[in-house]
Ligand binder design. Structure first.
Ligand SMILES: Cc1cc2nc3c(=O)[nH]c(=O)nc-3n(C[C@H](O)[C@H](O)[C@H](O)COP(=O)(O)OP(=O)(O)OC[C@H]3O[C@@H](n4cnc5c(N)ncnc54)[C@H](O)[C@@H]3O)c2cc1C
Ligand code: FES
Length: 273
């Protein structure tokens, strides 16, 4: 059982620029025993510290099926993420976790899976997507709908093409505003529902992105017959401790860091009632 209050030291193995302000880091725990013992579920997150600057939560963007090194995809937007973006391979960071509940992967067995992401909402879903691909026979059809503001804001561009080549996988991508070299769909993420056939009776839907996108996508899924329990989202809210101690993320009687960040839409609706 890891001590969730104590950061472990991890080394940056590689970094990859996804967009002008988003970067994916591969991280390895320095201590071989911690590395071997680190277990997590897609949808969980880490508290990542940049020494001298503090710490912040980031979703695990890799899958537990792909070994003990982990990946996080980080958008540069302030003090800590600016500092992180000055680091590179060989530099060290602190990691606490895994925090939160994660997706119930076993509950998805035998279902068709629909992933709907906007912008930097794809990283937590990528963890689950990789997990599903590595246990492919256990799940039905996979549909991935992804959108970003412009073509240069799309993350994991090469992977999106790889995913599309897999059997029984449909990938549709849109951008809010077109840009050089883009000949694909233009419009907000919900326009993609017109480009696919979904079977609400056999499917679970996973939605992650900016709150306004989640709102419209959830409305659309419910209109298409999805039950609120079968639409699952991961919520981001200001967090500090990440382990249910500081009260920063309290909504009703729930701590989003400890009881979430993954909830189905029925739970989310009840929380805000
Ligand atoms: C469970 C969870 C998982 C997350 N996963 C990721 C991830 O995979 N990749 C990623 O890039 N980011 C993720 N975030 C958001 C990330 O934690 C923040 O961007 C980070 O804390 C910013 O730190 P900073 O010091 O660089 O920015 P700050 O200087 O603290 O803030 C810069 C700006 O971002 C806003 N901001 C900070 N945190 C949040 C937040 N949680 N929600 C909305 N606005 C915020 C601030 O209000 C401010 O306007 C996640 C957040 C949570 C709660
Ligand atoms: S972040 Fe401290 S209680 Fe949730």
């Amino acid at each position: 059982m890891p001590n969730l209050l104590l950061p472990s030291v991890a080394t940056i193995l590689t970094q990859r620029d996804e967009t002008p302000d988003v970067r994916t880091y591969a991280l390895r725990f320095r201590d071989p025993d911690e590395r071997a013992g680190f277990a997590f579920t897609p949808g969980q997150f880490l508290e990542l510290s940049v020494f001298g600057f503090g710490e912040a939560p980031f979703c695990l963007a890799s899958s537990p099926t792909r070994g003990p090194d982990v990946e996080v995809t980080v958008r540069r937007c302030g003090r800590l993420t600016d500092a992180l973006h000055t680091l590179g391979p060989g530099d060290e960071v602190g990691l606490r976790g895994p925090c939160g509940n994660g997706f119930d992967v076993d509950a998805a067995r035998g279902k068709d899976l629909v992933f709907v992401a906007g912008g930097i909402g794809l990283p937590p879903l990528r963890s689950l997507i990789w997990n599903v691909f590595d246990r492919r026979r256990e799940f039905g059809r996979v549909t991935i709908l992804y959108g970003a503001r412009t073509p240069s804001d799309l993350v994991y561009k090469d992977e999106l093409r790889d995913w599309e080549r897999q059997a029984d996988v449909t990938v549709r991508v849109t951008v809010d505003r077109t840009g050089p070299g883009w000949d694909g769909t233009v419009g907000m993420v919900p326009v993609l529902f017109d480009h696919v056939e979904l079977n609400a009776a056999t499917s679970l839907a996973y939605v992650c992105g900016p709150p306004i996108m989640i709102k419209f996508v959830v409305q659309d899924l419910l209109k298409r017959g999805f039950a609120a329990e079968h639409v699952i989202s991961t919520l981001e809210r200001m967090m500090q401790c990440g382990v249910g101690k500081c009260n920063h993320c309290c909504v009703g009687h729930r701590y989003l860091c400890r009881d979430g960040p993954v909830f189905n839409v029925r739970e989310i609706t009840e929380m805000w009632e």
